[in-house]
Ligand binder design. Sequence first.
Ligand code: G3P
Ligand code: MG
Length: 244
Amino acid sequence: MKVIAHRGFCGEYPENTMLSFKKAVEDGCDELELDVQLTKDNVLVIIHDETIDRVTDGTGNVRDYTFEELRKFNVRATFGDKYGFNPIPSFEEYVSWVKDQNVTTNIELKTGKYYYENLEEEVVDMIKAYGLEGKVMFSSFNHLSLIRCKELVPNIECGVLVLKSGIGNPGYYVSKYNFECYHPDMEGLTEEIVDNCKAHGVKLNVWTVNGEADLRKLYDWGCDGIITNYPGFCKAWLKSQEGK
Ligand code: G3P
Ligand code: MG
């Protein structure tokens, strides 16, 4: 079961920062998950919310700032000043680092609330520029974004993100659009849904999985990956199951 670090190692470090990504790799994750959006001057940046209010010391929409303006804010999340100054990373800063790391990346296109024109093209261009086609996958709650990604780069896997209500017959839905993965919320997931996906050859990466009881359940159901705030803890638990 693949361990995917949610916004990096966000259980211990400010989410979606280079510090969080580096610590997740040190903690042994297999894959990093991150969220991308666009600034006012069309720079790809890594941040979860459409506004900077929750995670930084500033306020306002990501799309209303230039990259230079955004870089002045400190991503503190819930950690206050514990980790000093950590700026919002550009996606290019991330890919230029991760290309030399032994991990893959789950790029979540944050187009669910606000649709950034050309976000998919910008992301694909950056991936190609750094030769990362074989080390990334896409995910999004906006499935139209995934359709666009498939048009641009059919060979890169796509994960269909859904909220806890899920969708009916997900294996059929995901495979019908030639996507590879279903990314449901742990809450609301049943073994029946897992089996439905498997019957259609669809892989499951489940979020957000931080505790042993959920790990056990997903492991027994044969899920393919878990998206977690605590990658090292999950890797250690999986290792403890070897040979049992
Ligand atoms: O990819 C799983 C997870 O990141 C989706 O939800 O809101 O944390 O981006 P969110
Ligand atoms: Mg995400």
